[in-house]
Design a protein around this ligand. Sequence first.
Ligand SMILES: [Zn+2]
Length: 318
Amino acid sequence: MPANHRLSVEFRGHTLALENVPCDFCGGTEFVPFWSKMRHGLDLETVFCAACSLCQTNPRPTPDANRLFYQRLYMSFHGNSSNLDSEYVTRSARIAAPRVDLLARVIGKDQPLTVFEVGAGAGQFQRLARERTSWRVSGIEPGKEQAELCRRLCLDVENRFLEEAPGDGGPYDVVVSFHVFEHFLSPADFLRRVNRLLKPGGLLYLEVPNLASPGGPFTAFLQFPHLYSFTAITLRNYLTAIGGFQPVFTSEGRSDLGMMSRKISEARTDHPRAGDFERYDLERFREKMKVLERVFTLASYVPRLPVLEKVRATLFSV
Ligand SMILES: [Zn+2]
């Protein structure tokens, strides 16, 4: 277990209780420290599992503290607004458009495929998918305000967590989930549930923040309620060694990592063994990330002048 015995953290007048947990992926209990600060100055430890290299928050907020966060603090934490013309919704639409176009290129846009979205947010992916494709889209969204936004757009979105009403709905041709996987207490549990939602040969598209290309300082990239950060290797490990999926393609952009995979078997119910997954050299990776952080710090000192914009952009795109 991590040698950290501080079992709560204060945040905006709330006390979030913490717990030490074994690694969700491999069950390991040895961890290597990585970073000790997060966005908004939150004092939470980010560590790597020594056995499988998975990056995670540990100790982490308990399931109750996590729930409190989503119910009471999430929208205000991100400065999100529940209006359809807010900056939050406009930004969501801007991000959703290339996602719809990318999927349309892979699965085609003219078939009435059933597409289920876990974590619909402001509903902009589904709104655009309805406009641009023949897919039959639906989904779930645990956030009350976001689910209300979806309802106002007349989308087929239920206000619930994935683990509520298990086995409900499906099977679907495609499941998509954008920047949700990293929020789950157990990504393994997420994949087991999603596997059951898909038809044999069905497709899963996951997009998560890219730990190997954070696009800015780690104190901004690492943020609660993200409980995990993935590289292409650790995301692929989850899909292949636990999820019962075979990767079809990977897209690694600045700060985002997307992976499409096909269901080829049932999900595994226990932890994978050492030979069942790929590892990377943690020491080398941590050194590389420290160099990146120095580049980002340097970039933040570049004056915000038009003539220097290219320099700033180049440094941040390392
Ligand atoms: Zn592990």
